[in-house]
Design a protein. Structure first.
Lengths: 130, 392, 243
């Protein structure tokens, strides 16, 4: 039995998120998983909110008030950030799979993440000032 | 009738090769090893598949063994060998003076030899010392040490041999009259002890052979002689490069994977289980290696290590013959049931096994010829594909 | 050379059959330029004879001594202690992940080697057959510029570092897929069904950790990507081929 302890197992999915001893590719992998989970969670949240429409205009108006609170806007920014990070990192995966920049995937990752940072900043400023 | 049972102590080159030979001759074989395969000297060998050129002048017996076994190994286990050949290069007058003797001795030992001009040598190996005066091509090669032993072990396993690794022999069991009937074992994986009996015990522990038989109050004339080797991070040459002179320190450079390895030195130690890599020996290897391949002086070191050769008989360091010997302790010490094989070189592992199996068969009155020279070995991965023996 | 010695604590993963795994600490004096494997071997030689670990060549040819050193996969025989710890610190040594532990630091390579055998990965090659795939212009060039799969020493570091390998016993893993790429579908079309499957190529999720830890610069990740292209090309061709 002890032999099995070091075996791969679906129950070890938490290892996916363990950044200890990892390098750029591993961080990209972790980021990709976390943003994917975040976006999936958001999708369900979104569906619930849309469900409010079925309860009539009053319920929806109440929700709109809530939606303008800074905390909510911050939440929206997180969704946007996750979308940008996941999308750009997805491009890294697609490109490397097609043989583009495989030996430079680290630079590709950092380059794309720099673009992501700028995009998130721009979105953040716009969302909090408009 | 049940098969005769042989216990082999040590899973280095001799142990695994002897297991293979005895398994083919119909023995029930159990190999005991306190570490994993190639835990001791074998794993750390230089990896030079000798053509015999190195020994041709001073030690013809070893040289002939080498060229014979070199040819056989290329045939039976090509999967672990880079058969790229080797160069002997002359760099000074004393080397040139040695050349004449070298040619003559190689002829006597039937080692194929081709003299090539310095320009041609440099064309084949652009990194060797440009001051090369003359060069000889000989059928040297390199092998992957662990995988060579695994190929023998894996094939032996397929033929029924059992391997108990991480199992230490605590003592030899005697029948009261001094004859060996088995071994007392400690499984290091579980801490459990056990006794295992056999018709014959083969002591194939190389440099440690003396330590094993000491426990029953006898000795074998084995002289553990470590040497230091240094691996560099660039494959400067594709063939082995030897200095054309008497064997000395740091006069062989050979390619392994993406490295070159320079070896070796020769010194004596008291404790065998851990031998330090001496810093001055490392320096000497860099210096000597750079004489053969100047770029070594500025190359990055990848590994520094040492291995302990089991030399036999009297004499000092390099003057000791590099041949091997199989001792029947019945003849030597009137102790039945125990055979010790030691000495030799990696290149002669199969011949050592043949000799040992011959002695074992003669002792037990078994008439079975050796067929290892004609039996191709299986993939070295076979060793891992079949589980090892455990106490249960 | 031979500067001041370091005092370190070697924290070694121990596990005997029937025992729960735990760590045991061995304080020792080391030369910082020694390799991690030298320190482990000294524990065996002088402190605890029951320590089980795999090793053989001590110069990165055999691939037996792969371990996790301070949570990173290393070939311990060529990892200088100076690079992984400092004077007075602890050095944690564990067996590779994703392999069954035989005892202490030793792992069972059975499944891995059987997969290497299945894809026909080559190991020791005559130079004439081991082409250098992107030869450098000068031989003084940085070693990592050229790669030969013949350099794969089957050490298992990539399997241990791969996050996808952590959750599936069936995933072939980086070294095995790299071995298949080296064969190439052109040379061995039988590999197609094996690698173009759930547990083959497509389970790789581009973490590139295999390439990061590979001690032989074999670059398994690049090979997996290349093999994907080969598979796509082959599948595409079949679309237009008459049955």
């Amino acid at each position: 039995m002890e032999k099995q302890r070091n075996h791969p197992s679906p129950l070890k999915f938490w290892l996916w998120f363990n950044p200890i001893g990892r390098q750029a590719g591993g961080w990209a992998y972790i980021l990709h998983r976390i943003t994917a989970l975040g976006l999936t969670f958001y999708l369900y949240l979104h569906l619930i909110v849309l469900g409010l429409l079925a309860k009539g205009p009053d319920g929806y108006d109440q929700f709109l008030v809530l939606a303008h609170s800074p905390l909510f806007v911050f939440g929206e920014l997180l969704v946007v950030a996750a979308g940008i990070l996941h999308g750009l990192n997805g491009m890294r995966i697609a490109l490397t799979t097609l043989g583009v920049s495989v030996t430079r995937q680290k630079q590709l990752f950092f380059g794309l993440m720099a673009i992501a940072a700028i995009a998130i900043l721009v979105f953040g400023i716009r969302m909090f000032t408009v | 009738m049940s098969k005769p049972h042989a216990i082999i102590i040590g899973a280095g080159f001799t142990g695994t090769a002897t297991a293979h030979d005895l398994a083919l001759r119909g023995f029930d074989v159990t190999v005991i090893e306190r570490g994993d395969i190639c835990h001791g000297t074998s794993g750390r060998t230089h990896g030079l598949l000798h053509s015999g050129g190195r020994y041709a002048v001073k030690d013809q017996e070893s040289a002939i063994e080498c060229i014979t076994e070199n040819t056989i190994l290329r045939r039976i286990v090509p999967q672990v060998i880079e058969p790229n050949g080797g160069l002997f290069i002359a760099l000074d007058e004393s080397d040139l003076a040695y050349a004449e003797q070298f040619i003559e001795s190689c002829e006597e030992c039937h080692i194929p030899l081709e003299e090539i001009k310095p320009q041609e040598a440099l064309r084949r190996e652009p990194h060797i010392n440009p001051r090369v005066l003359t060069a000889f091509m000989i059928p040297d090669g390199t092998f992957d040490p662990l995988r060579l032993a695994l190929a023998f072990a894996g094939t032996a396993k397929r033929n029924g041999a059992k391997f108990r690794t991480y199992t230490e022999v605590k003592k030899l069991i005697t029948d009261g009259k001094g004859n060996i009937t088995g071994v007392n074992l400690l499984d290091l994986k579980s801490g459990k002890s056990a006794e295992l009996y056999a018709d014959i015990v083969v002591n194939a522990t190389g440099a440690w052979a003396g330590e094993i038989v000491e426990t029953v109050g006898v000795n074998v004339p084995v002289k553990p002689t470590p040497g230091v080797m240094v691996a560099f991070e660039q494959r400067f040459v594709q063939r082995t490069v030897n200095r054309l002179n008497k064997p000395g320190d740091g006069d062989i450079v050979l390619p392994q994977r993406r490295m070159v390895v320079v070896g070796t030195t020769s010194f004596e130690v008291d404790s065998l289980d851990y031998v330090p890599v001496l810093e001055d020996h490392v320096k000497l290897m860099i210096e000597r290696g750079a004489q053969l391949i100047p770029a070594i002086a500025g190359a990055k070191i990848r590994g520094k290590y040492m291995a302990t050769r089991p030399l036999i008989g009297g004499g000092e360091g390099r003057s000791v013959a590099r041949t091997f010997k199989c001792y029947d302790h019945k003849e030597m010490h009137n102790l039945d049931g125990l055979v010790t094989i030691t000495g030799g070189k990696a290149t002669t592992l199969r011949a050592m096994a043949e000799k040992t199996a011959d002695v074992v068969c003669t002792k037990l009155g078994i008439n079975a010829p050796c067929v290892t020279a004609e039996t191709p070995l299986l993939s070295y991965r076979q060793y891992y594909l079949q589980p090892n023996e455990d106490f249960s | 050379m031979s500067p001041a010695k370091w005092n370190i604590i070697l924290k070694i993963h121990r596990q005997k059959q029937g025992e729960a795994p735990h760590f045991e600490e061995f304080p020792m004096q080391v030369d910082p330029d020694e390799y991690v494997l030298d320190a482990v071997e000294r524990v065996w030689a002088f402190m605890d004879r029951s320590l089980c670990f795999r090793h053989a060549c001590h110069h990165s040819t055999c691939g037996a001594c792969g371990m996790r050193v301070n949570d990173v996969e290393k070939l311990t025989c060529i990892t200088p202690i100076r690079e992984v710890t400092r004077d007075g610190a602890t050095l944690k040594v564990e067996p590779l992940r994703n392999f069954p532990v035989v005892s202490d630091l030793a792992v069972d390579m059975g499944t891995f080697y059987s997969r290497m055998e299945t894809v026909g990965a080559r190991a020791v090659l005559p130079v004439s057959e081991a082409e250098i795939e992107n030869p450098p212009t000068t031989w003084d060039a940085d070693e990592s510029q050229y790669i030969r799969l013949a350099d794969c020493i089957e050490c298992g570091l990539c399997i241990s570092a791969c996050p996808a390998a952590a959750t599936s016993t069936e995933y072939l893993g980086p070294a095995v897929l790299a071995g298949a790429q080296d064969q190439g579908l052109k040379r061995n079309l039988k590999l197609l069904e094996l690698v173009d499957s759930e547990d083959g190529l497509w389970r790789c999720h581009s973490a590139f950790e295999c390439t990061a830890v590979c001690p032989s610069f074999v670059d398994p990740a690049r090979r997996i990507m290349d093999l994907r292209m080969q598979v796509i090309e082959e599948r595409f061709k079949r679309l237009f081929r008459k049955p």
